[in-house]
Design a binder for this molecule. Structure first.
Ligand SMILES: *Cc1c(COP(=O)(O)O)cnc(C)c1O
Length: 232
Protein backbone atom coordinates (compact mmCIF):
# COMPACT_ATOMS: atom_id res chain seq x y z
CA UNK A 1 0.00 0.00 0.00
CA UNK A 2 2.80 2.40 0.88
CA UNK A 3 4.29 1.88 -2.58
CA UNK A 4 1.10 2.93 -4.38
CA UNK A 5 0.47 5.84 -2.05
CA UNK A 6 4.01 7.10 -2.49
CA UNK A 7 3.68 6.88 -6.27
CA UNK A 8 0.49 8.89 -6.09
CA UNK A 9 2.05 11.57 -3.85
CA UNK A 10 5.10 11.74 -6.10
CA UNK A 11 2.92 12.16 -9.22
CA UNK A 12 0.94 14.92 -7.54
CA UNK A 13 4.08 16.73 -6.42
CA UNK A 14 5.44 16.57 -9.97
CA UNK A 15 2.16 17.88 -11.38
CA UNK A 16 2.03 20.74 -8.87
CA UNK A 17 5.64 21.66 -9.68
CA UNK A 18 4.81 21.62 -13.38
CA UNK A 19 1.76 23.86 -12.88
CA UNK A 20 3.85 26.31 -10.89
CA UNK A 21 6.79 26.23 -13.31
CA UNK A 22 9.03 24.87 -10.56
CA UNK A 23 11.63 22.12 -10.58
CA UNK A 24 10.80 18.89 -8.78
CA UNK A 25 14.16 18.92 -7.00
CA UNK A 26 13.29 22.23 -5.37
CA UNK A 27 10.65 20.51 -3.26
CA UNK A 28 11.61 18.02 -0.53
CA UNK A 29 9.05 15.44 0.45
CA UNK A 30 9.15 14.75 4.18
CA UNK A 31 7.48 11.45 5.02
CA UNK A 32 5.69 12.12 8.30
CA UNK A 33 5.87 8.80 10.11
CA UNK A 34 4.54 9.71 13.56
CA UNK A 35 2.61 6.87 15.27
CA UNK A 36 3.70 4.45 12.53
CA UNK A 37 5.69 1.32 13.39
CA UNK A 38 9.32 0.94 12.36
CA UNK A 39 8.29 -1.64 9.73
CA UNK A 40 6.25 0.98 7.88
CA UNK A 41 9.22 3.36 7.86
CA UNK A 42 11.46 0.53 6.67
CA UNK A 43 9.07 -0.11 3.80
CA UNK A 44 9.21 3.56 2.78
CA UNK A 45 12.99 3.49 3.20
CA UNK A 46 13.25 0.52 0.86
CA UNK A 47 11.23 2.52 -1.68
CA UNK A 48 13.84 5.26 -1.55
CA UNK A 49 12.55 7.64 1.14
CA UNK A 50 15.36 9.16 3.20
CA UNK A 51 13.68 12.12 4.89
CA UNK A 52 11.29 11.38 7.75
CA UNK A 53 9.39 13.75 10.02
CA UNK A 54 8.43 13.01 13.61
CA UNK A 55 6.64 15.17 16.15
CA UNK A 56 7.65 13.53 19.43
CA UNK A 57 11.15 13.43 20.88
CA UNK A 58 10.95 9.90 22.22
CA UNK A 59 9.54 8.49 19.02
CA UNK A 60 12.17 10.21 16.92
CA UNK A 61 15.04 8.91 19.06
CA UNK A 62 13.69 5.35 19.15
CA UNK A 63 13.21 5.22 15.41
CA UNK A 64 16.59 6.87 14.86
CA UNK A 65 18.23 4.01 16.75
CA UNK A 66 16.22 1.33 14.94
CA UNK A 67 16.68 2.48 11.34
CA UNK A 68 19.63 3.07 8.95
CA UNK A 69 22.01 5.94 9.56
CA UNK A 70 21.52 7.65 6.21
CA UNK A 71 18.00 8.75 7.14
CA UNK A 72 17.57 12.48 7.71
CA UNK A 73 15.21 13.11 10.59
CA UNK A 74 13.15 16.27 10.87
CA UNK A 75 11.60 17.39 14.14
CA UNK A 76 8.26 18.89 13.16
CA UNK A 77 6.34 18.89 16.45
CA UNK A 78 6.20 21.17 19.46
CA UNK A 79 9.48 20.86 21.35
CA UNK A 80 9.93 21.34 25.09
CA UNK A 81 13.11 23.09 26.15
CA UNK A 82 14.17 20.27 28.48
CA UNK A 83 14.02 17.75 25.62
CA UNK A 84 16.23 19.62 23.16
CA UNK A 85 19.28 17.67 24.31
CA UNK A 86 17.80 14.35 23.19
CA UNK A 87 17.30 15.29 19.55
CA UNK A 88 19.92 17.92 18.92
CA UNK A 89 22.36 15.41 17.42
CA UNK A 90 19.63 13.44 15.65
CA UNK A 91 17.49 15.97 13.81
CA UNK A 92 18.92 17.66 10.72
CA UNK A 93 16.30 20.41 10.95
CA UNK A 94 13.99 21.58 13.72
CA UNK A 95 10.85 23.01 12.10
CA UNK A 96 9.05 24.11 15.23
CA UNK A 97 10.99 26.91 16.91
CA UNK A 98 8.26 29.11 18.32
CA UNK A 99 9.73 30.91 21.33
CA UNK A 100 12.86 32.71 22.43
CA UNK A 101 13.04 30.32 25.37
CA UNK A 102 13.26 27.34 23.02
CA UNK A 103 15.82 29.10 20.82
CA UNK A 104 17.91 29.80 23.92
CA UNK A 105 17.76 26.15 24.95
CA UNK A 106 18.86 25.07 21.46
CA UNK A 107 21.66 27.63 21.51
CA UNK A 108 22.91 26.34 24.85
CA UNK A 109 22.92 22.67 23.83
CA UNK A 110 24.45 23.45 20.44
CA UNK A 111 27.21 25.53 22.05
CA UNK A 112 28.10 22.66 24.40
CA UNK A 113 28.62 20.44 21.37
CA UNK A 114 30.32 23.16 19.34
CA UNK A 115 27.85 22.74 16.52
CA UNK A 116 25.42 24.82 14.56
CA UNK A 117 21.80 23.71 14.56
CA UNK A 118 19.53 24.46 11.62
CA UNK A 119 16.05 25.65 12.50
CA UNK A 120 12.86 27.06 11.04
CA UNK A 121 10.68 29.62 12.78
CA UNK A 122 7.14 28.30 13.17
CA UNK A 123 4.59 30.95 12.29
CA UNK A 124 0.92 30.68 13.21
CA UNK A 125 -0.24 32.38 10.03
CA UNK A 126 -3.87 31.38 10.54
CA UNK A 127 -3.78 32.69 14.13
CA UNK A 128 -5.54 29.62 15.41
CA UNK A 129 -5.73 29.64 19.20
CA UNK A 130 -5.00 25.93 19.40
CA UNK A 131 -1.77 26.07 17.42
CA UNK A 132 1.79 26.83 18.38
CA UNK A 133 3.85 29.33 16.47
CA UNK A 134 4.62 33.02 16.61
CA UNK A 135 2.28 35.58 15.11
CA UNK A 136 3.03 37.09 11.71
CA UNK A 137 3.68 40.51 13.23
CA UNK A 138 6.18 39.04 15.70
CA UNK A 139 8.15 37.17 13.08
CA UNK A 140 10.73 39.76 12.08
CA UNK A 141 11.75 40.84 15.61
CA UNK A 142 11.76 37.16 16.62
CA UNK A 143 14.12 36.22 13.81
CA UNK A 144 16.33 39.26 14.38
CA UNK A 145 16.74 38.14 17.97
CA UNK A 146 17.52 34.49 17.12
CA UNK A 147 19.97 35.63 14.46
CA UNK A 148 22.18 36.78 17.33
CA UNK A 149 22.67 33.22 18.60
CA UNK A 150 25.94 31.98 17.13
CA UNK A 151 25.06 28.27 17.21
CA UNK A 152 21.69 28.59 15.49
CA UNK A 153 21.23 28.94 11.77
CA UNK A 154 17.80 30.24 10.74
CA UNK A 155 16.99 28.53 7.45
CA UNK A 156 13.39 29.51 6.83
CA UNK A 157 9.80 29.39 7.99
CA UNK A 158 7.22 26.73 8.78
CA UNK A 159 3.48 26.85 9.22
CA UNK A 160 0.69 24.43 9.97
CA UNK A 161 -2.45 25.43 8.11
CA UNK A 162 -5.90 24.59 9.47
CA UNK A 163 -7.70 21.45 8.44
CA UNK A 164 -10.15 22.50 5.74
CA UNK A 165 -12.45 20.64 3.38
CA UNK A 166 -11.23 22.54 0.35
CA UNK A 167 -7.45 23.04 0.22
CA UNK A 168 -7.97 26.26 -1.77
CA UNK A 169 -9.07 27.82 1.52
CA UNK A 170 -5.47 27.56 2.71
CA UNK A 171 -3.96 29.25 -0.33
CA UNK A 172 -3.93 32.71 1.32
CA UNK A 173 -2.08 31.24 4.31
CA UNK A 174 0.66 29.83 2.10
CA UNK A 175 0.82 33.07 0.13
CA UNK A 176 1.22 35.02 3.37
CA UNK A 177 4.06 32.82 4.62
CA UNK A 178 5.79 33.17 1.27
CA UNK A 179 5.38 36.93 1.37
CA UNK A 180 6.76 37.04 4.90
CA UNK A 181 9.84 35.12 3.74
CA UNK A 182 10.38 37.66 0.96
CA UNK A 183 10.09 40.51 3.50
CA UNK A 184 12.62 38.82 5.78
CA UNK A 185 15.02 38.15 2.91
CA UNK A 186 14.78 41.85 2.03
CA UNK A 187 16.08 42.75 5.48
CA UNK A 188 19.41 40.99 4.83
CA UNK A 189 19.77 39.95 8.45
CA UNK A 190 23.21 38.51 9.19
CA UNK A 191 23.22 34.75 9.81
CA UNK A 192 19.66 34.35 8.48
CA UNK A 193 18.38 32.91 5.28
CA UNK A 194 14.81 32.03 4.45
CA UNK A 195 15.29 29.58 1.62
CA UNK A 196 13.15 26.92 3.24
CA UNK A 197 9.38 27.19 3.35
CA UNK A 198 7.93 24.18 5.14
CA UNK A 199 4.22 24.20 4.40
CA UNK A 200 1.59 21.80 3.11
CA UNK A 201 0.36 18.48 4.49
CA UNK A 202 -1.62 15.60 2.96
CA UNK A 203 -4.70 17.69 2.47
CA UNK A 204 -3.12 20.74 0.87
CA UNK A 205 0.48 20.11 -0.23
CA UNK A 206 -0.28 20.70 -3.90
CA UNK A 207 -1.60 24.21 -3.20
CA UNK A 208 1.40 24.80 -0.92
CA UNK A 209 3.80 23.84 -3.72
CA UNK A 210 2.00 26.20 -6.10
CA UNK A 211 2.60 28.94 -3.51
CA UNK A 212 6.29 28.21 -3.07
CA UNK A 213 6.69 25.41 -0.50
CA UNK A 214 10.18 23.91 -0.57
CA UNK A 215 9.30 21.21 1.98
CA UNK A 216 5.99 19.42 2.22
CA UNK A 217 5.15 17.25 5.23
CA UNK A 218 3.00 14.32 4.15
CA UNK A 219 1.87 11.64 6.60
CA UNK A 220 -1.54 10.15 5.89
CA UNK A 221 -1.06 10.43 2.14
CA UNK A 222 1.90 8.03 2.35
CA UNK A 223 1.27 5.82 5.38
CA UNK A 224 -2.53 5.88 5.63
CA UNK A 225 -4.65 7.06 8.55
CA UNK A 226 -3.06 7.19 11.99
CA UNK A 227 -4.46 5.01 14.75
CA UNK A 228 -3.96 6.87 18.02
CA UNK A 229 -5.70 4.16 20.05
CA UNK A 230 -2.82 1.76 19.40
CA UNK A 231 0.20 4.00 19.78
CA UNK A 232 -1.05 6.20 22.61
C1 LIG B 1 1.14 15.09 11.50
C2 LIG B 1 1.78 16.27 10.89
C3 LIG B 1 1.89 16.38 9.49
C4 LIG B 1 1.33 15.39 8.51
O1 LIG B 1 -0.07 15.40 8.51
P1 LIG B 1 -0.90 14.60 7.39
O2 LIG B 1 -2.18 15.34 7.31
O3 LIG B 1 -1.05 13.22 7.89
O4 LIG B 1 -0.12 14.66 6.14
C5 LIG B 1 2.55 17.49 8.99
N1 LIG B 1 3.07 18.43 9.80
C6 LIG B 1 3.00 18.34 11.14
C7 LIG B 1 3.62 19.41 11.97
C8 LIG B 1 2.35 17.26 11.73
O5 LIG B 1 2.28 17.19 13.07
Amino acid sequence: MIREQLQEVEARIEAACARAGRKREDVTLIAVSKTKPVEALREAYDLGIRVFGENKVQELTEKYDALPGDIRWHMIGHLQTNKVKYIIDKAELIHSVDSIRLAEAIEKEAAKRERTVRILAEVNVAEEESKFGIRMDEAIPFIEKIAGYPHIQVCGLMTIAPFVENPEENRPIFKNLHKLSVDIAGKNIDNVNVNILSMGMTNDYEVAIEEGATMVRVGTGIFGARDYTVSG
